[in-house]
Design a protein around this ligand. Sequence first.
Ligand code: AMP
Length: 219
Amino acid sequence: MRVLVLLGAPGAGKGTQATILAQRLGLPHVATGDLFRNAVRAGTALGREAHGYMERGELVPDAITIEMLIERLGRPDAAEGVILDGFPRSRAQAEALESALLVRGERVEVALLVDVPAEELVGRLAGRYVCRLGGHPYHVILNPPRVPGICDVDGSPLEQREDDRPEVVRARLTRQLAPLQSVIEFYRARGILRAVDGRQPIDLVSRGLIEALDPVTTA
Ligand code: AMP
């Protein structure tokens, strides 16, 4: 099982890169933000529980998030591996993932950091739009769709995420950058952190991430 972790601040472009890597490597793209948004839309108990935290730009509590992710990892399409986008977001989540994999004799292969300085993130989030159907991300300047307002991938309309409003963006960055740093340190200590400069054009970031994977497996 290949478990690749994509790390980055909100707005760094990790969702965009996870989509590209998933296609390239033939692994499912598992984004905890998407799982939560789907649950909110479906009105499930999980969605009702997560919604308030998301609206305030806070992290959803670890216990709920870990349970959801472990359940997702157990589904058949994840048997060969996954690209994790937006998980782990705290040290406790990183440890929980490590333990869950350890019992299967597996571990995270690499943690890829899409690195963008904090001062650039507000502008990147303000210009972001995602499609209604699949959550595919776009940016008015950095990554516009071919037809304005329409997703290139599935043709659904583009909209601004509820939590990309300026007041929530600030809260997300204030609350989420420190825990992200603790996750970065966790993987650095294990010697599996690879960072790529996320300010480059999208295709160069993808190339950097692919090169950061084990050369044997990408050849
Ligand atoms: P994202 O789409 O990754 O920016 O996630 C949107 C929101 O979902 C976040 O602002 C959090 O409220 C919540 N969320 C997503 N992933 C996690 C996670 N691993 N831990 C806690 N909360 C999360």
